[in-house]
Design a protein around this ligand. Structure first.
Ligand code: AP5
Ligand code: ZN
Length: 218
């Protein structure tokens, strides 16, 4: 299974990625998680990326495309992968197409803008595993603690209200165009075209998961 999760910041891509990667036994390739790991490691790339991410802007296509191409060389990608938060621009999508990266499904998770801010400000993350919680909507068993590892949860630096609205604006201006890009490709029925599926990201996490699994089995 090779798939792309598309959706606004806070739509639930990371949350659903955790279910999907387990079901299909594929690695989650989250460019956001990769960049945050670089920041934590204090690399040059991380330092440069942090400024851009805290401003709610997109990191340059060249950097992102380079990161993903390197990641795809890893042995665990041989049987499939799940892209989370990538591609985010037409240039990134075209770079994948040009390098012959196959996609079976594009799954769009749709959530209205009005719901996003609440989701972001209540988010708590476990960076090492990519697990995501919400203080109200999807709380961990023990407050502030990851269910599986028992390690502390963190709040992301870019989940401040003003950064969230900038990220939403950037999503509408630069990423939303990909819905049409993949939708049209899917409709073309050309060899190698992915299947395009859209689900609502509103409702309990488990309900969205069941809808995602159903969409990916059609
Ligand atoms: P990235 O890490 O990709 O962030 P994002 O796309 O903005 O998405 P989020 O991670 O914020 O949201 P999500 O959809 O994963 O939602 P989640 O499941 O966590 O990117 C961060 C930054 O890195 C970018 O701004 C950019 O600077 C840079 N970057 C990354 N990739 C890049 C690229 N390809 N090109 C250029 N720059 C790039 O859920 C959110 C919250 O909602 C959680 O608290 C969760 O518990 C809760 N929730 C989830 N589902 C539900 C539900 N059904 N009901 C209620 N609450 C729910
Ligand atoms: Zn995410």
């Amino acid at each position: 299974m090779r798939l792309i999760l598309l959706g606004a910041p806070g739509a639930g891509k990371g949350t659903q990625a955790n279910f999907i990667k387990e079901k299909f036994n594929i690695p989650q390739i989250s460019t956001g998680d990769m960049l945050r790991a670089a920041i934590k490691a204090g690399t040059e790339l991380g330092l440069a990326a942090k400024k851009v991410m805290d401003a709610g802007q997109l990191v340059s296509d060249d950097i992102i495309i380079g990161l993903v191409k390197e990641r795809l060389k890893d042995a665990d990608c041989a049987n499939g992968y799940l892209f989370d938060g990538f591609p985010r621009t037409i240039a990134q999508a075209e770079a994948m197409k040009d390098s012959g990266v196959t996609i079976d499904y594009v799954l769009e998770i749709d959530v209205p803008d009005e719901m996003i801010l609440d989701r972001m400000t209540g988010r708590r993350s476990h960076p090492a595993s990519g697990r995501v919680y919400h203080v109200k909507f999807n709380p961990p068993k023990v407050e502030g603690v990851d269910d599986v590892s028992g390690e502390p949860l963190i709040q992301r630096d870019d989940d401040k209200a003003e950064t969230v609205s900038k990220r939403l604006e950037v999503y509408h201006n630069q990423t939303e165009v990909l819905l049409g890009y993949y939708g049209k490709w899917a409709e073309s029925g050309l060899p190698g075209a992915p299947k395009y599926r859209k689900i609502s990201g509103v409702g309990p996490v488990e309900q969205v998961r069941d809808n995602a699994f159903a969409a990916l089995s059609e």
